[in-house]
Design a protein around this ligand. Sequence first.
Ligand SMILES: Cc1cc2nc3c(=O)[nH]c(=O)nc-3n(C[C@H](O)[C@H](O)[C@H](O)COP(=O)(O)OP(=O)(O)OC[C@H]3O[C@@H](n4cnc5c(N)ncnc54)[C@H](O)[C@@H]3O)c2cc1C
Ligand SMILES: *[C@@H]1O[C@H](CO)[C@@H](O)[C@H](O)[C@H]1NC(C)=O
Ligand SMILES: *[C@@H]1O[C@H](CO)[C@@H](O)[C@H](O)[C@H]1NC(C)=O
Ligand SMILES: *[C@@H]1O[C@H](CO)[C@@H](O)[C@H](O)[C@H]1NC(C)=O
Ligand SMILES: *[C@@H]1O[C@H](CO)[C@@H](O)[C@H](O)[C@H]1NC(C)=O
Ligand SMILES: *[C@@H]1O[C@H](CO)[C@@H](O)[C@H](O)[C@H]1NC(C)=O
Ligand SMILES: *[C@@H]1O[C@H](CO)[C@@H](O)[C@H](O)[C@H]1NC(C)=O
Length: 538
Amino acid sequence: MLSPTMFPFLLLLVLFPFFTSISQPFRVAASDSIYDNFASCLTKNGIPSGQISNILYSPTNTSFNSVLQAHVRNLRFNTSSTRKPSIIVAPLEIPHVQAAVLCTKGAGLELKIRSGGHDYEGISYVSDVPFIILDMFNLSSITVDIPSESAWVQAGATVGELYYRIWEKSNAYGFPAGLCPTLGVGGHISGGGYGAMLRRFGLSVDNVLDAQIVDVKGQVLDRKAMGEDLFWAIRGGGGASFGVVLAYKLKLVQVPEIVTVFNVQRTEAENATDILVQWQNVADKIDNGLFIRVLVQPSTSESQKIIRLTFIALYLGDSDSLMSVMNAGFPALGLQKSDCKEGSWIQSMLFWSNFDIGAKPELLLNRTSDVNFLKRKSDYVQTPIPKDALTSIFNKMVQLGKPGLVFNPYGGRMSEIPANETPFPHRAGIIYKIQYSVNWDDASPNITNQYLEQARELYSFTTPYVSSNPRQAFLNYRDLDIGTTDNGKNSYSEGEVYGRKYFKDNFDRLVKVKTVVDPENFFKNEQSIPTLPARSFR
Ligand SMILES: Cc1cc2nc3c(=O)[nH]c(=O)nc-3n(C[C@H](O)[C@H](O)[C@H](O)COP(=O)(O)OP(=O)(O)OC[C@H]3O[C@@H](n4cnc5c(N)ncnc54)[C@H](O)[C@@H]3O)c2cc1C
Ligand SMILES: *[C@@H]1O[C@H](CO)[C@@H](O)[C@H](O)[C@H]1NC(C)=O
Ligand SMILES: *[C@@H]1O[C@H](CO)[C@@H](O)[C@H](O)[C@H]1NC(C)=O
Ligand SMILES: *[C@@H]1O[C@H](CO)[C@@H](O)[C@H](O)[C@H]1NC(C)=O
Ligand SMILES: *[C@@H]1O[C@H](CO)[C@@H](O)[C@H](O)[C@H]1NC(C)=O
Ligand SMILES: *[C@@H]1O[C@H](CO)[C@@H](O)[C@H](O)[C@H]1NC(C)=O
Ligand SMILES: *[C@@H]1O[C@H](CO)[C@@H](O)[C@H](O)[C@H]1NC(C)=O
């Protein structure tokens, strides 16, 4: 029997964990002791104290805020009410990562791993529970080896640094990864990674040869030591469910000396919708050296509520050859030779970053970028959207006023790679991916809510025209609207909701790998891979 006098005591025991996580004063008061305990744990794990003072930041350190904010890429998570980490560890050497994993586990805190910080929902540096950030930005070395057509790149390097280091050695090579130079290699590649060469070469993960990871036991493993299952999982399944990615070995791809880009706009007065209808029929089938992205944007002008389409393209060849591909395959756009700009591949990467094609490649090394408030969502299209449906989507967008869409064509190499080759399942049969995109610069919560709601309303409106059962989504376009798991509980059934959307049938293999490599689910976040439910595991 439970004695009534024990109730208050039991209640306190039950509530205690909540007090520690909710009450701010307690956390701030506790953070110095968290710092001291963490520092002494690092010492026990062989890190010299002289090094610890260079890598460990408590909230009272003068540079805590600047380190934290340096890799925030979405201002929604840069507010005073955003939960802050108890400490930040910014390793300078691999043993720092190993010790940080062991000490975070020992402290019973959650570990958030951050490389470039571009996660659209900020889950690499925000949490609802007390947490530590493992900030990888300083592990950023890049070794390019042209004779073997490969490069080792550490997780904290940016893709802009990668492109630059390749170009320094040879302008005959490139790598198929993202279009924003500040993307971090650790999150970008482990989440799939695509860029304007995906129709010729596939995703970043289709061009990974080896990797280095720190597992839950603090061990450093390469491809051979981790085995093919884990090596498979960290090529599109998201690194953060499995361990800390230290580096990837990449297979470089050959790029022509001259490539061509263009950016042309069309409105309805220029038959934009008809052009888009033809685009849907050809964009995934045309020469696989040609990638034509379409931006669909409502005009911001009050007097002229119209939709504007912008066709932005990379062609792996010169403009004469592009013109013949376009005239044969996509005449509706009416591309003129004067619309085309020729340059080297590295110059095309400057073009995608909105720099002039003649700008200095050094601009790709700039880690400071202009940051907005952001929301993104994603969809996959398997059947061309009929013209009248496109018109009604455009009308909806004009009515909402803010969200835009980005159509990214697939096909080519993307269709040749089997859907289970990597965790990324969106291969043959996908015509294009849609990104829902809202950017704004007003911090007021009402504005934020209004724009989040607009994105959701547009997403709801397009339901009949996109993939279903599951409604597929791209992991790198992180969207917590499609489901989250309660970190503490790691519910398999909750994980399966977003897991099937991101990975389709590959979810099952990811769960098996997860259950083997991290059975106690230390590496977790709002949308991590769950372990198998205990019953089926035994
Ligand atoms: C401006 C902008 C442009 C973008 N353009 C593209 C694009 O062209 N192509 C594309 O594919 N995507 C694009 N994205 C999406 C981008 O690829 C993802 O946000 C990606 O996860 C970013 O990686 P990161 O290291 O910068 O992010 P982070 O926020 O640091 O990490 C993202 C996720 O990966 C985990 N993670 C990070 N580092 C590691 C590590 N070392 N080991 C294990 N887990 C780790 C984090 O914990 C988090 O879950 C863009 C995003 C933005 C904001
Ligand atoms: C953080 O503050 C502690 C205590 O003042 C100091 O020893 C340490 O060097 C600081 N860390 C960094 C990275 O500046
Ligand atoms: C984030 O917030 C801080 C404090 O308000 C501010 O100083 C900083 O400029 C902000 N970061 C960006 C990128 O705007
Ligand atoms: C990494 O740390 C070193 C030494 O502290 C510093 O010189 C360098 O600028 C840092 N690199 C980055 C990318 O912050
Ligand atoms: C738009 O289509 C109409 C009807 O097919 C055609 O007459 C007109 O020339 C087209 N306009 C442009 C700018 O192509
Ligand atoms: C880096 O980019 C930021 C943001 O666009 C800009 O303000 C800054 O001048 C750039 N720095 C260099 C060296 O180009
Ligand atoms: C924000 O929204 C709330 C609830 O809709 C409303 O009561 C409040 O007046 C709004 N605030 C501003 C500044 O618009």
